[in-house]
Design a protein around this ligand. Sequence first.
Ligand SMILES: Cc1cc2nc3c(=O)[nH]c(=O)nc-3n(C[C@H](O)[C@H](O)[C@H](O)COP(=O)(O)O)c2cc1C
Length: 414
Amino acid sequence: MYNRVIKPIFFLLSPERIHHILVALFKMMKYIPGLTALIKRIYTVKHPLLEREVFGVKFNNPVGLAAGFDKNCEIYRELGSLGFGFVEVGTITPKGQLGNPSPRLFRLPKDKALVNRMGFNNKGVDNAVKQLRKHNHTSDVVGANLGKNTLTTNENAKTDYLKLFRYLYDYVDYFVINVSCPNVANLQQLQGGDFMDSIIEGIVDFRRGQAQYRPVLIKISPDLKYEQVDATIIAMKKRNLDGIVATNTTTSREGLLTNSTLVEDIGNGGLSGKPLTKRSLEMVKYISSKCEGNYPIIAVGGIMTPRDAVNMLEAGASLIQVYSGFIYNGPSFMKNICKAIIANEEKKIKDAAGELEGESVEGATKASTKSSTKSSAKVASTKISIKSSAKASDKSSEQVVTKVAKTSLNTTTK
Ligand SMILES: Cc1cc2nc3c(=O)[nH]c(=O)nc-3n(C[C@H](O)[C@H](O)[C@H](O)COP(=O)(O)O)c2cc1C
């Protein structure tokens, strides 16, 4: 339905216009009693294998909406009803700003990609607080993506990020420091090095004095060289940050199928979607091996199919986010990703159980009594909990996998 009817109609209009229409429609949803709950029932998959705890926050599923869709925190609850496990609002800047002149958002359908140079258009932090206050203390997980105002120099960036952090501290579950947007002049120079260290220092100092702990992550560019990624990881470790969001959009235009003249006419901006899949997966693999699985990674960039999502989790991500994939696949995308994640986890459990059966029950009669089933399940569950590749920060997922392993083993042997 979405691919055959809705998307072709949407794609007749300019991307930013259709975005505004969608925001207006999502805003209207709250005035129709029961509609959000109904949509949630249609699109949400609930399953213990999807649940996880990452950097101390509990997620019903690991599939989030990436920053940039709900810049003004107006529709995150309605978006959440489409099956997202969490929504990242923003980028929010201290003062409201218009961003770059239009047109500033383009589709490359042949490449299943988007190019944007929005430039942190948003209504500012006071508006964000007003919006977030309306729905405070709900169970929806919300992250805030923070950016400096375009006119703020890099020398003064620290003040902008600290202000945002202080104002929003009580209203969101985690924070992302965005220093990787290619559409704000000189912003990427904040990645790694002294500027970043001073930004993080201010934020972490403030957090130390608070009763509640709020995780802070850094969002990085896919265009960083590995030495720069290393510098970011060092900065993160030094200041006890909680993880990395990899990646933002790329300035590269390599390997596109779209006519090169058209691409040139579009001009500058960050490219997202399918052309980013390989690079962001490489980044996630690299960071995961460098951090030895000790720091959670939110993988984002080019997740266009459920398989891409599973690949990111297998590469070491704890959570994933989508943006372009949501635009190109529609509202069923998150449900399909969740189903693929469950299938993948179940396969791992079955494989591990089969492996164990081969090792320990070799030659013996297959367990047919309830007691033998239970004892082999116990052994299997121990082994699976180790094999489930649950991240160090993901203990509840490990427990769930263990629990489900027991259940599925009982079911299959009954
Ligand atoms: C129109 C648009 C606006 C975006 N705005 C932001 C933003 O404000 N802050 C941010 O951190 N990332 C922003 N992004 C980047 C996305 O969050 C994401 O990192 C990127 O698009 C790669 O994911 P994807 O390939 O699934 O789209 C934006 C992306 C798009 C397409």
